[in-house]
Write a protein that binds this ligand. Sequence first.
Ligand SMILES: *Cc1c(COP(=O)(O)O)cnc(C)c1O
Length: 248
Amino acid sequence: MKQFDYSSWALDTLLVHSNKLSHTTNNSGKPTVEPIYTSTTYLHLNAEMLNQSFSGRLPSGEPAYVYARQGNPNAQALEAVLAQAEKGVGAVVFGSGMAAIHAALLASRTVFVPVGVEVVLHDLCSSNVIEIVRAEQPDVIYVETLSNPLAKVIDLDTISAVAQEAGAMSIVDSTFTTPYLVKPIEHGFDLVVHSATKYLGGHGDATAGVVISARNNVVEQLHGYATMLGAMLSAFDSYLITRGLTRI
Ligand SMILES: *Cc1c(COP(=O)(O)O)cnc(C)c1O
């Protein structure tokens, strides 16, 4: 099968050709639009195949599925497009923007410590942002590219640099800007979150969220949260967001 080098493609080209990223639609005689897989469970011919499928792949390299909460072709198709669009290494979609933000924050701490997490609010659009971060020494810095609802603009390069200096995970909510306007991973951010309910979906008929990661180990962690917390995105909503995003 021909391998495409998507990294050099312009965003519009990437989005309209994104069906080529999909696992199930890239062979001759297969539908060009990903069918909607509503099945919650998947067939396995024997216990060995079932066991193998838990890894997400068969020995042939074909994707394999077990249960809807652990993985679904429509959700994976959307994740593949979003990871490429944001130039991340992977993405995990969630049932809402808030579920995505929750998972991103959980992934920012190696151990889940719900008690003792202190939230401090600062205006990081201010000119003394470097001093603020140096004084706080946070574990996580969470900002919005354009704030909702005031549309304040943040300096992404400064924030990511000072986060790195402080050893903090940097997370940015890019809902208002979308990869069409800015790709925060290119500005040094660790995680990008979106409420896909807004512009990524674009039709106002589906609620969804996504976290895009610059690092592989965090993608695994996020996928674990989607699975274990039951916060994954449904097949139909994955289809709706993919359709909003890729078929202009
Ligand atoms: C809407 C919104 C959210 C919450 O997303 P839901 O999909 O409603 O859960 C988070 N961040 C921003 C910037 C938003 O506009």
